[in-house]
Design a protein around this ligand. Structure first.
Ligand SMILES: [Mn+2]
Length: 424
């Protein structure tokens, strides 16, 4: 029997990107909200230190840092690395190096196409920190070797599955399918799979699910949940964007035995700030004034004498319904001013305020019919276009200029409709 602490998706270094208050947890270094991630990370390791006599392994299923990610090549903010190094130093000292930490690469916090990792300098100073990168995985696949880590004294073997898009193309899929047989459990020890992947983006292999591991420590999905009898997502530490308002964030304490159902204790972080979406309905009769008074009403609960970054809310106002394009234009200018007043002023305990108009269908009012706009741009579009195109090409070159002109007019009309928020 072993006890692990399973965590994942800590996304250290995450920062708000838009419509947030320009203020700091630590001036010039750490932003509000960014600090929530560091705070929970530190709380987590303090919990592990307090309970050190009762823990065999700490298992992190990937996405320790938020950046680099995808096309964003920037390393994590320096404080993110400092937090990790500092906490690990304390942890390994307090636990006398007795509790190994196992970490795999997720899809966040790794450089695309470079062999080095942010973790390299960190792992080199901690002998009991076992890190498996996507490069270790590629090496294992290329050489048809298993990617495992064994602790004979604890009779435990880990099977590592860093994030990998094995469905990217057929050749990769074939090689991965072949390799994964190497990861088949031997059923001689407590066997734990550590996986960054999900059915949502087809990065969780069917065989990983079907193999008889004692436990599968999953990462990538940010909601803490049971996946199957022996597989769990631990959940992320702090919600990132507004599509994560209703998730459970935390970590898991798991007692694992061979051929037995794991005993899982859920740890859910208490929320330190409001993070929510608020709906506001609009229709053609809605006036600017009525929208602003509804807004006032909705953010009333956040009125405060003292702004507090540690508890300030993240709010997204989702407008729903329909409105004419001209009203929308008039409104959005006033809304922008209102928004920055609320964010930068100190009378609401709001850290971030976002207005979302995607759910509103905007129609062209009479005053903005495509035909009328056309007349503003081109008084006689077809004729003028024909004149223009004749200067460029000759019918003798084999082009049907009339058809070209028609296509051009259609393109203008389509873009005007799109501009007006219509979708086809
Ligand atoms: Mn991920």
């Amino acid at each position: 029997m072993v006890k692990i602490i399973h965590l994942a998706d800590t996304h250290l270094g995450f920062r708000l990107r838009k419509n947030f208050k320009n203020d700091w947890f630590k001036f010039g270094e750490i932003r509000w909200y960014e600090n929530d991630f560091y705070k929970r990370w530190d709380d987590f390791f303090n919990y592990c230190i307090v309970n050190k006599d009762n823990i065999d392994f700490i298992v992190h299923s990937g996405d320790i840092f938020h950046t680099p990610f995808g096309e964003n090549p920037f390393p994590p903010p320096e404080p993110a690395r400092e937090v990790v190094v500092k906490s690990l130093k304390t942890f390994f000292k307090e636990t006398e190096n007795k509790i190994p930490i196992i970490l795999i690469d997720g899809n966040h916090g790794i450089y695309q196409g470079y062999r080095y990792s942010i973790m390299d300098s960190i792992t080199s100073i901690f002998p009991k920190f076992h890190y498996f990168s996507v490069w270790d995985l590629k090496y294992a696949i290329t050489n048809t070797q298993q990617l495992t880590l064994e602790f004979p004294d604890k009779c435990t073997r880990f099977y590592l599955f860093p994030y990998f898009e094995f469905n990217l193309n057929n050749d990769i899929k074939i090689e991965y399918d072949k390799w994964i047989e190497k990861q088949r459990p031997k059923e001689d020890m407590v066997e734990i799979a550590v996986v960054h992947g999900s059915d949502i983006d087809n990065t969780l292999h069917e065989k990983v699910k079907s193999f008889n591991y004692s436990y599968i420590a999953l990462g990538h999905e940010h909601n803490q949940r049971k996946f199957s009898d022996n597989a769990y997502y631990s959940g992320s530490f702090v919600p990132l964007n507004f599509d994560e308002v209703n998730l459970s964030n935390g970590y898991l304490e798991v007692i694992i035995e061979k051929n037995k159902k794991s005993v899982v204790k859920n740890h859910i972080f208490e929320k330190n700030r409001v993070f929510e979406e608020i709906d506001i309905e609009v229709d053609p009769s809605t006036t600017n004034n009525s929208i602003f008074s509804t807004l006032e009403e909705k953010i009333e609960p956040f009125k405060t004498q003292k702004w507090e970054g540690v508890s300030a809310a993240r709010l997204k106002i989702i407008f729903r319904g329909n409105i004419s394009l001209t009203s929308f234009w008039n409104l959005s200018e006033e809304l922008r001013a209102y928004q920055s007043r609320i964010i930068s002023g100190g009378s609401y305990n709001i850290l971030q305020l976002i207005f979302d108009w995607h759910e509103v269908s905007k129609y062209l009012g009479d005053e903005l019919a495509p035909k009328i706009i056309e007349e503003y741009i081109l008084s006689n579009p077809k004729e003028e276009f024909l004149e223009y195109i004749h200067g460029k090409i000759k019918p003798a070159e084999g082009y049907n200029v009339d058809l070209l002109a028609e296509i051009a007019i259609e393109a203008i009309e389509t873009s005007l409709k799109k501009f007006g928020g219509e979708t086809d």
